[in-house]
Design a protein around this ligand. Sequence first.
Ligand SMILES: C[S@@+](CC[C@H](N)C(=O)[O-])C[C@H]1O[C@@H](n2cnc3c(N)ncnc32)[C@H](O)[C@@H]1O
Length: 247
Amino acid sequence: MHIRKKKWARPELAACPFYEENGEKRMGHWREAFPHPERPLQLEMGCGKGVSTAQMVAANPEINYVVVDISADVLGDTRRNIVRACEGHPENVWILSADICYIDRFFDQADGPERIYISFCNPWSERPKHEKRRLTHPRQLVQYRRMLREGGEIWFKTDDDPLFEDSLAYFLLCGFEPVYLTRDLAASGFAPNYISEHEQKYMDQGVPIKFGIFRMTALDPGFDPTRFRMTPGLRKRTLKLMKEPTR
Ligand SMILES: C[S@@+](CC[C@H](N)C(=O)[O-])C[C@H]1O[C@@H](n2cnc3c(N)ncnc32)[C@H](O)[C@@H]1O
């Protein structure tokens, strides 16, 4: 994705009371960063310009959010969109600049988010060797497991069929069971659905959005994510799951 440089983004973020550039120092203490630490904590990985983030944050003031992206240029837009939707400085969100590939340097079990959103992450579907860069790859899922609260969930949306199919296998392998699955989110009637920038783009093109909610259960103790390879058997099991009706 090409990201245009924005001169105003960094100065605006530097002055923003809910922007964090050095997230490592908050590891294990994210809940305390909010006026109401007892409220549920949810993370968004790769929030982009925050079009859906802003709607979600404004609509759910009783939920605390940390929204993460690697690009300060897009986070400048995220900040503006949130301020616009919340009509000022919201108390229930932090914008975090961080590389999600190393997310376990920023959050641990003491943070214990109940939910993680991953929407329209880069599919990396063209070359098998790039698969590891996906935000749903087992290398990532084991990191999310270490921070998620017991029974925590990952809400995953994409337009990309290979990414969705492979991700189903990743989730199953890493001890995440699907509790909701659809290959056409708009037709499924699932609500509320906050529509992101990329989601709108694909909907306008007539591409059905694939969506799943995956709940964390026990992990096979023998599973080693560093040796993970997609096998024909795994793909077959995944495709069988894909044919099941929406739950
Ligand atoms: C295709 S955009 C999707 C944005 C938004 N979720 C949406 O649905 O419109 C992917 C976003 O993920 C971010 N991203 C990709 N890899 C990342 C990483 N390793 N760490 C943090 N952010 C990342 C990119 O900067 C980009 O903003």
